[in-house]
Design a protein around this ligand. Structure first.
Ligand code: CP
Ligand code: NVA
Length: 309
């Protein structure tokens, strides 16, 4: 078992199944307080803004009887040049786990290497594993009657920017034997490294991965349409220019019609209505976006119990 959750590939299929079963049990209890992580502390380090990831982990930790510490990296000695290795060694002396939202995946890897306590990736430039585990849990509950085998019959269409969220989706779909079709504009596809890793994982699972430039082709026959912002954190200055390039990739009523009639629409949030998704699709009957956001709490709690117990 991996000490950390740095990539979605850190958990085996069996571990993901157990995680989902725990999340389903926790979901029944809602926000109920228990003492399963009593006396434990989770340090949350933020190098970038976060609403859902921070609040679901912090509330989840409190509901499990533990204590979250929310730390802006600007307030830590990292800002003055203290190394990640020394920071990791120090945190390991006081806390029981670290959740970090970082600019660079390599920083999370370095922290995990030097910490003796679990390190959880709360988003980097390359991956967003907590988000994606929670999203697959949403699909597992809504579309697969809580069966892991059921996931193998699901086709996800990811439409838009080939970013951190798309990378984790490719990896998990390949790991679990799902089909994923990515529809991205030329030069904005997911990074080659993640497509190759996904293709490798798909060999063992029977999963299917394709990357196309036609969004209609990507969503054809899809059970789930997933999108994310066109300009991720750190790319804000490209937002206007990207709007022109990405407009044909907007998830709107016409695109939704090209998927299966009972397809669900997902978005990790925050969303820009009128850009990557229209308000009518976001608020429409096929959207499960806020159910998806709600499941972050239950899945993040299951991750905390798995790694910190
Ligand atoms: N989806 C997600 O990670 O949201 P935040 O950036 O608000 O944490
Ligand atoms: N791709 C987005 C996800 C936000 C949760 C970003 O990195 O900003």
């Amino acid at each position: 078992m991996s000490k950390d959750l740095v990539s979605v590939l850190d958990f085996s299929i069996k571990e993901i199944e157990t995680l989902f079963q725990e999340a389903a049990r926790l979901k029944k209890d809602g926000k109920k307080a228990v003492s399963r992580l009593s006396g434990k502390t989770l340090a949350i380090i933020l190098q970038k803004p976060s609403t859902r990831t921070t609040v679901s982990f912090a509330s989840g930790m409190a509901q499990l009887g533990g204590t979250p510490l929310i730390l802006n990296s600007q307030d830590l000695q990292i800002k003055r040049g203290e190394s990640l290795a020394d920071t990791a060694r120090t945190f390991s002396l006081y806390a029981d786990g670290i959740m970090i939202r970082a600019n660079k995946q390599s920083d999370i890897e370095e922290l995990a290497e030097h910490a003796s306590i679990p390190v959880i990736n709360g988003l980097s430039d390359k991956e967003h594993p907590c988000q994606i585990l929670s999203d697959i849990f949403t699909i597992y509950e809504m579309k697969c009657r809580s069966s892991m085998d059921g996931l193998k019959k699901i086709k996800i269409a990811y439409v838009g920017d080939g970013n951190n969220v798309s990378h984790s989706l490719i990896l998990i779909a390949a790991h679990l034997g799902m089909e994923i079709a990515v529809g991205s504009p030329k030069n904005y596809e997911p990074e080659k490294e993640f497509i190759e890793k996904g293709l490798e994982a798909a060999k063992a699972s029977g999963g299917k991965i394709s990357v196309v430039s036609d969004p209609m082709a990507a969503v054809s026959g899809a059970d789930v349409i997933y999108t994310d912002v066109w300009a991720s954190m750190g790319k804000d200055e490209e937002r206007e220019q990207r709007k022109q390039i990405f407009m044909p990739y907007q998830v709107n009523d016409a695109l939704l019609k090209a998927a299966k009639p009972d397809a669900k629409v997902m978005h990790c949030l925050p969303a820009h209505r009128g850009e990557e998704i229209t308000a009518s699709v976001m608020e429409g009957p096929q959207s499960v976006i806020f159910e998806q956001a709600g499941n972050r709490l239950h899945v993040q709690k299951a991750i905390l119990l798995k790694l910190l117990s």
